[in-house]
Design a protein around this ligand. Structure first.
Ligand code: GUN
Length: 287
């Protein structure tokens, strides 16, 4: 079998076009422009790239983008004061504090100081709790993007065996909760899992989110399974470097029914879902 390649870039463009339509209607019918504030502390190069693309795409869909760049030595008090100001600003409907924060700042404290209604990352403890109990919440962008691709590919996910490899708060745990919400039988695998190969071989759905280049070999994949590869790993390739996922793409594609490529799979969906979450937050704030 040769897998269908799930085109995350094209799907993300469709999501952004829908968001742009929604933004137009909010402007025309209610005179409201949804606004997203992104806070970057320090100069982490990868974070710089993400924040720049978030700002660009926010503007492209017609929303207001507010970027706050703070130096790496910013105190916790200064950062908390900025978050308070954004919480109170009616022009700001979504707030994202880019992670990781410099080590002297307590990420949990900062994230939990964001108004949960503006927490477009879905990282605030109250949104985590709402998602974990199956209630309406802000859903973290990467797992939301993965779920949208799975639904588009498979329709109903009910009763399917799903394995999520990785137990991070940003991807693994919320992904598992979302799949449980779709009535999948969910296994969360991680670095201490005893027989990962066996767990993956049973799975109809594999979501790999560990950040280890090509750690899932193709021969672990069940024939016809759907593979969502969240990993974005830079590895040496001759004189240059190239991006690979957590799954060995070529060999997995020979067995899977469908698979996301890296790059061009999950990555573009994350920002599209961030924009969608901002519109959702704006609509909820304005009845
Ligand atoms: N750093 C890497 N991914 C993310 C994300 O989804 N949200 C935030 N805030 N920081 C990140």
């Amino acid at each position: 079998m040769s897998a269908q390649i799930i085109d995350g870039k094209a799907f993300a463009a469709e999501v952004r076009a829908k968001v742009a339509g929604h933004v137009d209607r909010l402007k025309e019918e209610q005179g409201i422009t949804p606004g997203l504030a992104v806070v970057l502390v320090g100069e982490d190069p990868a974070s710089e790239v993400y924040v720049r693309s978030k700002g660009r795409m926010t503007v492209e869909v017609g929303m207001a983008s507010f970027e706050h760049r703070l130096t790496a030595d910013t105190s916790e008090e200064e950062l908390l004061t900025l978050v308070e100001k954004l919480n109170a600003d009616p022009k700001v409907h979504g707030i994202l504090v880019q992670l990781p924060l410099p080590p002297h700042l307590d990420s949990n404290l900062v994230i939990n100081s964001i108004d949960p209604a503006k927490d477009v990352d879905g990282f605030h403890i109250s949104n985590v709790g709402l998602l974990g109990t199956g209630q309406k919440s802000m859903v973290p962008c990467t797992p939301l993007g993965c779920l949208m691709m799975l639904r588009e590919q498979l329709g109903s996910l009910s009763g399917l065996d799903a394995v999520v490899i990785g137990r991070s708060n940003i991807v693994g745990k919320p992904m598992a909760n979302l799949l449980l919400g779709e009535s999948c039988t969910v296994t969360i695998a991680h670095s201490r899992t005893k027989d990962l190969a066996e767990v993956v071989r049973r799975a109809d759905i594999v979501v790999a989110a560990v950040g280890r280049p090509e750690m899932v070999p193709g021969d672990w994949i069940k024939e016809g399974a759907t593979v969502i590869d969240v990993g974005i790993n830079r590895i040496p390739s001759g004189e240059k470097t190239r991006l690979v996922g957590d799954v060995a793409f070529e060999s997995a594609a020979a067995r899977a029914g469908a698979i996301t490529p890296v790059p061009g799979g999950v990555g573009p969906m994350t920002i599209a879902c961030l924009l969608a979450n901002t519109v959702t937050a704006c609509c909820r704030a304005n009845g």
